[in-house]
Design a protein around this ligand. Structure first.
Ligand code: MRU
Length: 348
C-alpha cells in the first residue's frame, strides 16, 4: 500500500475513492484477507483494473470508467483531444456485459461534446463524482422500495456480490438486505458462495459482517435444497444488464436459482438502477455474455484443482427470463411481473 492510500479508511463504502488527483480502488481480488488499495493514474490502468477484477459489479465498473476518462485528460494535458477517443474505446473494451460501463462512458462523452472553455478536467471530474453520488442515492431509494415489498420477517438468498463493493456504496440487492435488517424484517440472509470467483463467500460475507449483519454461506448447489425446506421468502439479486422485455443478465448461477425459486414458490427480486436497463436490446438472448479464462475454473486460491486435460466453458453471466422475475426494483419505482410495456413505461 502506498503512503497516500493509508489515509483512506477500509470500508465497503470506500471501494472507489478519488483522492489527491488519483483514483484508488480497494483491490477486490484479495478481499477479505488483504485490504489494500491500488492507485491508478491513467485510462489504461483503469481498463486493466476493470478487466482484471480489481473492481467489479456493474455500477462500480461504470463509476470507475468515468474516473478513467478524467485520468485520460489529466495525463494528456493540452493534447487531451488527440487521445480521448482511443482511451474511451480502451475503457469500453474492458468488459462486455454490464451496460453501466457504456452508459457512464456515454455520459462522459456527452460532456466532452458540449465542452467549451478552459476547465475540462473540472467539468469531467464533476460529472464522474455526480455519477458516483447518483448511484449511492439510487441505492438508498431502492433499498427502501425493495424492503417495502417484503411482508413480515423473511429469510433471503442472494447471489454474487451486489453490495457497496459492486456499486457507488450501500448496494443494490445488499441495499435492500441492509434496509430489511434496519427495519427488523430480515430473519436470515444466505449468500451463495458464487463459483468460480467467490464473490459471495469473499465479498458479500465480508461486507455484511462489516455491518454486523449475520450471514450464512451456501455452496451454490445447496440453494434448491434450502428452498425445498419452505422457509425462504425471497431470492434478492442485482443485475448487469436488463433487456427491454425484462430479461435479466446477472452472475452465472442466477438463472438456476430463479428456476429453483419458481418451482418452490419463492419470489425473485432483481434490484438495479435504471442505468442497468438497456432499452436498445429487446430480449435477453442479445445480451453479450462474457466468457473468461479457463484458469478461473481450473485453479482455486492459486492452486490447480481441475484435472489436467479437461476443457472448460466459463461464461460468467447468464440470462434469467422475465417470466421468472417477480419484481424489478429501480430508483424510479418497482415493476412487478416485468414485461416490455411496463419497462417502456418506467423508462419513458
Ligand atoms: O463478474 P462480476 O463480479 O462483475 O459480476 C457482478 C454481478 O453479477 C452483480 O450481481 C451485478 O453486477 C450487480 S452489482 C450491483
Amino acid at each position: 500500500m502506498d503512503q497516500s492510500s493509508q489515509a483512506i479508511p477500509v470500508t465497503p463504502d470506500n471501494a472507489i475513492v478519488w483522492h489527491n488527483n488519483r483514483l484508488y480502488l480497494l483491490d477486490q481480488r484479495y478481499l477479505p484477507h488483504q485490504t489494500d488499495f491500488v492507485e491508478l493514474n491513467s485510462a489504461q490502468e483503469v481498463a486493466y483494473a476493470i478487466r482484471d477484477m480489481v473492481v467489479r459489479g456493474a455500477p462500480a465498473i461504470g463509476i470507475t470508467a468515468a474516473f478513467g476518462v478524467v485520468l485520460s485528460v489529466m495525463q494528456a494535458g493540452d493534447h487531451w483531444r488527440d487521445k480521448i477517443d482511443a482511451d474511451i474505446k480502451t475503457l469500453a473494451a474492458s468488459r462486455p456485459t454490464a451496460v453501466n460501463l457504456f452508459w457512464a462512458l456515454s455520459r462522459m462523452r456527452n460532456k466532452i461534446a458540449s465542452f467549451e472553455g478552459d476547465h475540462i478536467i473540472k467539468m469531467l471530474l464533476d460529472e464522474a463524482k455526480a455519477i458516483h453520488q447518483e448511484d449511492i442515492d439510487a441505492n438508498h431509494k431502492m433499498g427502501a422500495l425493495g424492503s417495502a415489498l417484503v411482508e413480515g420477517k423473511t429469510r433471503v438468498i442472494t447471489h454474487c456480490n451486489a453490495g457497496a463493493l459492486a456499486t457507488g456504496g450501500y448496494g443494490t440487492a445488499l441495499g435492500v438486505i441492509r434496509s430489511l435488517h434496519a427495519n427488523g424484517k430480515l430473519a436470515q440472509v444466505y449468500a451463495d458462495e458464487t463459483r468460480p470467483w467467490l464473490q459471495g463467500s469473499r465479498l458479500t460475507a465480508w461486507e455484511l459482517l462489516q455491518d454486523d449483519i449475520p450471514v450464512s454461506l451456501l455452496a451454490d448447489g445447496a440453494a434448491a435444497s434450502l428452498m425445498s425446506g419452505g422457509d425462504i421468502g425471497w431470492v434478492i439479486v442485482g443485475s448487469d444488464r436488463i433487456a427491454a422485455n425484462g430479461d435479466v443478465a446477472n452472475k452465472i448461477g442466477t438463472y438456476s436459482l430463479a428456476v429453483a425459486a419458481k418451482y418452490h414458490g419463492v419470489k425473485v427480486m432483481v434490484v438495479a438502477p435504471t442505468s442497468t436497463i438497456d432499452m436498445e436490446i429487446s430480449c435477453g438472448k442479445d445480451i453479450p455474455i462474457e466468457v473468461r479464462e479457463s484458469d478461473e475454473l481450473l485453479y482455486c486460491g492459486g492452486k490447480r484443482i481441475g484435472a489436467s486435460g479437461a476443457s472448460v466453458w466459463n461464461p460468467v453471466f447468464d440470462v434469467t427470463p422475465a417470466a421468472l422475475v417477480d419484481a424489478i426494483v429501480t430508483e424510479r419505482g418497482v415493476v412487478l411481473s416485468p414485461n416490455s410495456e411496463k419497462l417502456a413505461q418506467l423508462m419513458a
